[in-house]
Write a protein that binds this ligand. Sequence first.
Ligand SMILES: Cc1cc2nc3c(=O)[nH]c(=O)nc-3n(C[C@H](O)[C@H](O)[C@H](O)COP(=O)(O)O)c2cc1C
Length: 199
Amino acid sequence: MARVLVINSSPSAEGSVSRRLSAALVARYKGKATGITYRDVGLEPPAHLDAETIEAFYTPADALSVAQLQKTLLSDQLITELEAADVIIIGSPMHNFTIASGLKTYFDQVARVGRTFQYSPETGPVGMLAGKKVYVLSSRGGNYSSRSPYAGLNHEATYLKTVLGFIGLTDITFIAAEDIKSGNDGVNTALALIESLEI
Ligand SMILES: Cc1cc2nc3c(=O)[nH]c(=O)nc-3n(C[C@H](O)[C@H](O)[C@H](O)COP(=O)(O)O)c2cc1C
């Protein structure tokens, strides 16, 4: 039985395609999940990093002031959710060729030295969140599939692969509803792929 974390990042509560896809995958986990936690970074975007928070991230835990502890509270909570999950489902609308800004501030809060990655000059960065399954369910107005001339402009999937790998999340399945503005069948194609997943 898996503990599932669902991270939705569309700013739209209604009519969101990426939310529809993540809900379809959550439905596949019915009876197979011990618990489902929802984190909505579209409707409630995490705070932008400020100088004090960044300084607190690089301060040893036993040397943090009360003010610094307050600055790291959100990051701590988000990282605890990630650590607790066996399966992470990310709903990701493409915005201006990359991820939505709420998902970006989320990664700024959770990509944290000593918590989700370690670094040494010998090894370089090493991710610390191992052994979890990630699904990225994207929605895009255009078509950025490998056969499309616009494939090189898809900085959403490439960014997600990089940042997730950076914190140790390397087992990623990407499913995208492409071309949804054209009236083509991108949503149904993505939903069919979700139904065909071996859970
Ligand atoms: C601010 C904004 C920027 C967007 N930028 C792109 C883009 O760069 N490429 C694209 O194909 N579609 C783009 N779209 C279309 C969305 O990717 C598409 O509407 C998608 O369904 C959004 O996901 P959602 O329905 O879950 O919110 C953009 C939409 C918005 C609102």
